[in-house]
Design a protein around this ligand. Structure first.
Ligand code: ADP
Length: 590
């Protein structure tokens, strides 16, 4: 395995620089070496041939055939510090500065030696080769000795090639040292250059890694120029725009999830496989499920209702929204408005978005309103029909029958009073139910209020010979709207007498509870059967229909009581035993 450093951009750059400079330096030094080498050789050749020329000039006057020639060759050879050989035109060696006469004689014919052949041709000639006589590499230079214009002999000088080699090796050493120095220099230069180049690169790589890991707030330190500087600038501005976009997306996601979490409607997302992907807290509340345990489970398993699953399946298969009102009994009871819309990803349906709205209460209220209208119409119709019937009878002639006419007029009077009662109770109720209802609270002395109302109803009590006792402790006060509270007392006292036989006993009392005052109106009347008790405070509800009508009741008195007490933040209730009497109570907060 290659160590990591060798793979770095910096190392590669350094290596390339080094290799390049080594190659260039090597080539340059090789060329220089060759040049110098060649120059050395030619200088040496020139020197040898100059010396040979000098020697040949001296010899041109000497007698080459004389016995002393070898002696001359010795002394001349010493002077030029080279081996000196004199060869005649036939190639016969006449003298040699390094051999005695016998040795000279033993030498073979030199005519074929390239330098000798060249010189005999009339020009200075050279050769570099191994000497047959001395057995080592020699550089030869031969020069013709002219005798009356014709080459009559050849002077040959020879030096050992070793001399050249020593010079070459010296040169090589010097060059090698220079090359080494140059390489060392280029090593450091490469190091510096690669460091200079790789520093911005390293910074960019580091920044890119930061961006890749999601840290878009990082900025590449830009203390360099050129392409690298531009690259860093581009990366920085890209990071800035990604950061901005991320922030926007994050805010949008937060807004969406806040809306999702706080919507009153239940929202659920399912995939194509009908498995739940998300559901909001409202959905959890509606169907008593937990999002944590429902995600990735089939919808039908989490909310076992085929209707709900079916509506999603239809939205997905139809590719368009489906809206339906569903009355469910499993897993919960209620009426729901369900909207299922297909969700699209890249133009393809990818799931279903279901919005569920619990409209049970809305529908219940609508039902109540319908019932109310029907009840009102019915309540009004009865007296109106009676009135119309009697009026028609009178018109048809009964008016002349004095005795009956008075009777009929009395009925008409009673029925019209009943109509009046119903209409005024309805008006009271509707004003209590209206949003603009005003409650003018003040400190109300309960005992005094009850006393004044009891005396106001004296004629009613007298007619029934009823005995009313006010047991409210004096000085007990509450914060309430006196007029509305008076209406409560009147309705309860009126009922107490209305639903009692003659000589009824009615008692008004009050007790202080920890944070409220409880007021009770009890009677010894006919009482209310148990099954009616929960409903007596409803509008038009009558436990004893016949008696209520007979007594001119509207069935609205107790609902007015309940409304007023509701407005005061209190509670109402009743305890009753059939045939023994009833106790209606209400509380008012202190
Ligand atoms: P109504 O106009 O008929 O009195 P209410 O709303 O005042 O209407 O009372 C509703 C019904 O409750 C009455 O019809 C009656 O059947 C029953 N009720 C109310 N007060 C008493 C009571 N003190 N004793 C027995 N029944 C009562």
């Amino acid at each position: 395995m290659m160590p990591a450093i060798f793979k770095t951009f910096r190392f590669r750059l350094f290596l390339s620089y080094l290799a390049l400079s080594a190659a260039v330096l090597g080539a340059a030094f090789f060329l220089v070496y060759q040049r110098i080498d060649r120059a050395e050789l030619s200088t040496l050749k020139l020197k040898l041939s100059d010396e040979a020329a000098l020697v040949s000039a001296q010899l041109s006057s000497a007698d080459l055939a004389s016995a002393g020639i070898n002696q001359l060759a010795h002394s001349l050879g010493e002077k030029v510090a080279s081996r000196l050989t004199i060869i005649n035109a036939d190639g016969l060696v006449l003298a040699d500065s390094e051999l005695d006469a016998a040795g000279v004689k033993a030498m073979e014919n030199h005519r074929e030696r390239p330098e000798v052949a060249g010189a005999l041709g009339g020009a200075a000639s050279y050769d570099l080769r191994r000497s047959a006589t001395l057995g080592k590499a020699m550089l030869y230079a031969a020069y013709p000795v002219s005798f009356s214009g014709r080459p009559s002999a050849v002077v040959r000088l020879a030096i050992p090639a070793a001399q050249l080699d020593t010079m070459n090796s010296l040169l090589r050493k010097a060059l090698a040292a220079a090359l080494a120095l140059a390489l060392l220099l280029s090593f450091f230069v490469s190091l510096a250059v690669s460091a200079g180049f790789s520093k911005p690169f390293d910074k960019i790589v580091y920044g890119s890694k930061k961006f890749a890991s999601g840290d878009f707030s990082y900025r590449i330190q830009k203390d360099f120029h050129g392409e690298m500087g531009k690259l860093a600038e581009t990366l920085n501005s890209m990071a800035a725009s990604v950061e901005g976009n991320l922030l926007r997306v994050e805010i949008q996601a937060q807004q969406l999830s806040a809306a999702f979490a706080n919507m009153a409607e239940g929202v659920m997302v399912t995939g194509l496989d009908a498995r739940i992907k998300a559901l909001n807290p409202a959905m959890e509340r509606l169907f008593s499920v937990k999002a944590a345990g429902s995600i990735s489970k089939p919808l039908l398993e989490v909310i076992p209702n085929a209707g709900l699953s079916g509506i999603c399946a239809r939205a997905i298969s139809g590719g368009k929204p489906v809206a339906e009102e569903m009355e469910l009994s499993v897993p919960v009871r209620g009426i729901f408005s369900v909207n299922a819309s297909p969700m699209f990803t890249g133009g393809e349906v990818s799931g279903c978005l279901m919005v569920v709205h619990d409209i049970t209460e809305v529908r219940r209220l609508e039902g109540k309103r319908r019932d109310f209208v029907a009840n009102v119409s019915h309540e009004l119709k009865t007296p109106l029909t009676a009135i119309r019937g009697y009026v028609e009878t009178l018109l048809e002639g009964a008016i002349d029958d004095k005795a009956h006419a008075v009777e009929f007029l009395n009925v008409i009077h009673t029925q019209s009073r009943r109509l009046d009662n119903i209409v005024s109770d309805l008006l009271k109720l509707s004003s209590l139910e209206s949003y603009a209802v005003e409650v003018h609270k003040s400190e109300v002395g309960l005992k005094d209020l009850a006393d004044s109302l009891i005396s106001g109803l004296a004629s009613v009590f007298k007619a029934k010979k009823a005995a009313v006792v006010n047991k409210i402790p004096p000085g007990l006060t509450v914060k309430a709207d006196p007029e509305k509270l008076g209406q409560v007392f009147v309705n309860l006292l009126d009922n107490a007498v209305k639903f009692s036989a003659e000589n009824a006993k009615v008692e008004v009392s009050a007790a202080e509870l920890p944070d409220s005052v409880k007021i009770t109106v009890s009677d010894s009347g006919i009482g209310i059967p148990q099954e009616h008790l929960p409903r007596v405070f409803e509008r038009f509800y009558r436990a004893d229909k016949a008696r209520s009508r007979e007594m001119g009741g509207t069935g609205l008195g107790l609902s007015i009581v309940k409304h007023v007490i509701d407005l005061h933040g209190g509670a109402v209730g009743v305890e009753s035993a059939e045939g023994r009497g009833s106790s209606f109570w209400f509380t008012l907060p202190k």
